[in-house]
Design a protein around this ligand. Structure first.
Ligand code: NAP
Length: 343
């Protein structure tokens, strides 16, 4: 049992587990950009990446295969190597009295693991027992918008359709989309190996495992994680998740039913004052958020707020957010910052 939720008040020994992946590479960038207090940074991946050199703050760091000794004396582990790898190293990390901030879904719904979006439920971060979970990427973007709107009028029901970029499936999936797009244009065969089907000039429903209720895992993550983050266990949520041939940044079409009437202009004003959100809304020129607007950027772009013509208490809106950044790496580093005393 940790004595304090905070990290030590000194530059920290930090490990990025999964450092060579899509989220891991972004974690390294963000730690540098935000000048996170680090005395030693350890880059851990699989044996495939052993010896890979990475420039960080002007230094050349070597990527190591992940073994027990790499966690010795560590203070903080930012993990993005998948759930089974996080589970495998959890007790080793806990033995060092370190904190694990985990990007996988392995611990997200555990009762003693906070699931945190700092702009929404930062207080939960301090209730951890060595593990804090970073929510699913689409859920982070969604709750960032739902939370302020819920302060105007209580939300009763949310229906979401996602348009998820290929980078949500990792680095290799991005490479595959580029390759298969080239092949498509040359008229060559489209045999995909990373994703189940080619995404080149195509889209398909999210490829996470199908559950007994005919929702896929990704869709149910949005349901269950949204309820936990907003602390609204009975909130009605339904989602349809789709992969689209966009390299980076997810989009979501969101329909919200409130207890009372929420005027689009009030919702717009509220969101424009909320941390992590920017508005892109120009009806005259038909210009609203696009993935290219947010690629590599921290803010989630929101627009197209309009009254739902099918329900008096309904609101429609559209968002785009860089899911590797705010949907994963940035959110994880923001959580870590909450654990730094006096920050
Ligand atoms: P990725 O690009 O495929 O990267 C996976 C990373 O895990 C690589 O660094 C890989 O190392 C490492 N790894 C694989 N097997 C390992 C092992 N046995 N021991 C140690 N490291 C190992 O995947 P990603 O997209 O970054 O996703 C990583 C995690 O974040 C997943 O749990 C994913 O669900 C979650 N996530 C992803 C996103 C997103 O937008 N991509 C958003 C939110 C959450 P090698 O390169 O050496 O194989």
């Amino acid at each position: 049992m940790r004595q304090t939720p905070f990290l030590p008040k000194r530059p920290l020994k930090v490990a990025v587990l999964g450092s060579s992946g899509a989220v891991g590479s972004e974690l390294l960038k963000i730690l540098e950009e935000r000048d996170f207090p680090i005395s030693e940074l350890r880059l851990l991946s699989s044996e495939r990446s052993e010896g890979k050199k990475v420039k960080w703050k002007g230094e050349e760091l070597l990527t190591k295969n992940t073994t027990d000794k790499e966690f010795f004396n560590i203070d903080l582990v930012l993990a993005s190597a998948g759930g089974s790898i996080s589970r495998k190293w959890l007790s080793t990390i806990k033995d060092q009295n370190a904190v694990l901030i985990d990007n996988s879904s392995a611990f997200r719904l555990d009762n003693d693991v906070p699931l945190v979006v700092p702009e929404v439920n930062s207080g939960d971060a301090l209730k951890h027992n060595g593990v804090i979970a970073n929510p699913n990427c689409t859920t982070i973007l969604l709750t960032l918008v739902l939370s302020p709107l819920n302060n105007i009028s209580t939300i009763k029901r949310v229906i979401i359709s996602t348009y998820q970029s290929v980078s949500g499936a990792g680095q290799l999936a991005m490479e595959e989309l580029k390759l298969l797009t080239e092949r498509y244009l040359k008229g060559d065969p489209q045999n995909s190996q990373v994703l189940p089907y080619s995404l080149a000039f195509n889209l398909f429903l999210h490829n996470s495992p199908m559950l007994s209720n005919n929702y896929c895992e990704e869709e149910m993550k949005m349901v269950n994680e949204t309820r936990k983050i907003l602390n609204m266990p009975d909130l009605k949520v339904s989602s349809t998740c789709v992969r689209v041939p966009v390299l980076r940044a997810h989009s979501e079409s969101i329909n919200i039913e409130f207890e009372g009437i929420v005027q689009p202009k009030d919702a717009l004003e509220k969101l424009s004052q909320s941390a992590g959100i920017e508005i892109i809304e120009d009806y005259e020129n038909n210009r609203f958020p696009m993935p290219n607007d947010v690629m590599g950027r921290d803010n989630v772009a929101v627009g197209r707020l309009r009254a739902d013509i099918s329900h008096p208490n309904g609101l429609e809106l559209w968002l785009c957010g860089d899911q590797i950044r705010k949907g994963a790496a940035l959110n994880a580093v923001q959580i870590a910052e909450l654990l730094i005393p006096d920050k």
